[in-house]
Structures are given as structure tokens and as C-alpha cells.
Design a protein around this ligand. Sequence first.
Ligand code: FES
Length: 388
Amino acid sequence: MPSLKDTIISSMVNGPDVLLDRMVGTRNGRDYAADRFKTRDIINKIHPQKLHLKVLEITNETSIAKTIRLISTNGYLPVFQAGQYINIFLEIDGIRTSRPYSISSSPKRSEEHTSELQKIPTGFVSDYFLDKVKVGDIFEANGPAGVFHYNPIFHKKKSVFLAGGSGITPFMSMTKEILESGADREIHLIYGSRDEDVTIFHNELANLAKNNSNFKYHLVLSEPNNKDCKCKTGFIDDKCIKELIGNVDEYTFYLCGPQIMTDFCMKGLNTLNVPHNHIRREVFGSRQDIQNEEGWPKEFTGNEIFKITVNDKVINAKASESILIALERANIRVNVCCRSGECSLCRIKLVGGKVFMPRGVALRLTDTKFGYIHSCKAYPISDIEIRL
Ligand code: FES
């Protein structure tokens, strides 16, 4: 691949030729309108607006987690980067909703996506997936999307993956990609789990570590049920990280797991003075306990019910639930993908009233100026009026 310097020099040297070629092309009647449609075709292929995925196989990973293998009904799946997710739509009890699921397969396996599903408290969608989904079912989805992936320009060659529960999923894809490609990179995976029985991919990870000297697998169990287990016990705090990897300055850190675990790891990294630009954090969906989010107005318990006026309809919404969930409950459709405030597909206009939005929502300057919010990460704290 040419270096950035070579690319700049080449565009300076060849730029006039490219312009001349374009002028000649225009003079001779080149059909740019037709080219534009070709471009649209290519974009649709690389980044289709909708995918239709069929469940090919379901594997029990642990008592509370399954892997589902998905193929496209038209035989084509768009490329993705290790660490990205797909957003799967489904209808439960007449309510259409969706959830983003990280892809665990390697990007080199372009014919299928695999994803891990784990039971979580109050996770009515994950329960549905685990209990009801069967081979042959077809789902609508969008993506792949997400920015939780390795960036060779900004990230260090040495990586520390901090995973908890089903947060192992994107790391599985990243690890496979690096090891399969023989890339000159070093990985430490520190995986926090309750006990060995609920540790997803434990044997596969242990085998990968045995066969690849640049991949180190550290399992940290909070409640080990096997007294002979040689794993570390406790939680992934600053001492644990320091002991396992040594000098933190050499690494980029990637965090994925339940919010409570990533909050805890962030504290550890802050204690170790890891700069924020050396930390990448993935959080899926709205957090269950928004009342514990920094900046939440303490006068609200989260149980308050407010009215949302949307176009000519009025619906009820609970303060602790995102506006997106309230809209979905009322069967009002909004575009959606990440459910984490990142992709901006769920933007709506706040015409009146107040909402709470946690830090980290990727609003554009124009959104703020003209009153747009991301419905997946906005919580009503008064009666509000919105426009879709
Ligand atoms: S769905 Fe992506 S920002 Fe809301």
C-alpha cells in the first residue's frame, strides 16, 4: 500500500493529467449520469440499506449464551471490519424493535456472519432470541456498522482487549482476523467472567493462545466454582491490568462488555494514567440504569411518566426509558441502527420540553443548533413534543 507521503506526491504529479482526462471525457460525451447510477449500485452492494438474514445454525456456547450463524437470503453479505455489528430487527408481541449484535466471525469468512447472544437481566429481546429463534428463521437487518475497530493510523500495534460477558464477541472477530492474517501485532485479551461455566469461547481462546505466541489470554473470574482453576480471581482493576501487561504506555485499550464492567475498567485505566486517546470503548444500546449515568438530574427517580406529542399523536413515556423505546412501544417507526447514540440514524427534532442525554452522544454541531436529538439516547424529563 502506498504511504501517505507517496499518495500526496502522486496526486500533485498526476493531478493535471486526471483533470485533462476528465475534460476530454466530458468533451466526448461521457455519460456521467449513467456513472452516477453505477456508483449507487456499488454503494448499495457495499452498504445495503437492508439485509435479509437466515439462521443457518444455532450452537449452545454456555447455559446462557448461544452463537447464531447467519447467511444472506440472496447469497451476498457486505464486507465488514472486525469489531463491527449488525442491527437485527424483530417483532415481539406486535412490537417491532431491533438490537445491534457484534459479529464474532472473521471478516475473511465473507459468506456468513456469526454472533453471540447472551441472556441478560431484563433483556426481553435477548430472551426472545435465546428461547424462540430457530434454524430457518429470517430477519431483516441493517449494517454492518460501528467504529469499534482497529485503526492502523491512530492505534498502537500492541492491543489490550478488556472483555466482559458477551462483550467477547467483537474481540473474537478481531483476534481471528489478526491471527489468520499473520499481522505483526500483539494482543492481550483480559476476559472478566463469573465462572468458567459461563465463559464464552473459553476452550477456543485457550487453544488460540497455545498456538500463537502473539496472543495472550487471561481469564479473570469473579466467582470461580472450580477450586483447581489457575485463573486470576477478582475483577479487572488497575492492579490486575498492571500485573498482566506491565507498561501500559505501549498499548491501545479496547473495552467491551456490560456498562458496569466497562465503568469499572475505565476507573482502573484512569488510575494507571492511560490517556483517553489510547482507549476505545464499545457500549451497546441504552444502559439499564440511566439514573446512575453522570449528569442525571437527581430530582428524578426514573419512574416518572411524561407525555410525548409526536405529530398528531400523544403517547406516554417513562423517564428511565429512551424516547426510541417509547416510540417503538407505540408502534411508531424511526430509523435505527446502533441504539448507542453513535450512528445518528434515529435523529428526531425536539420541538418543546426537556430531555436528558448522557455524555458521548455523537451530535453534530447543526443538530445542537437546530434542536435535533438522538432518540435512542434521549430520556424525557418533562412532557415533550417531537417531530420525526
Ligand atoms: S440508532 Fe444510532 S444514534 Fe440512535
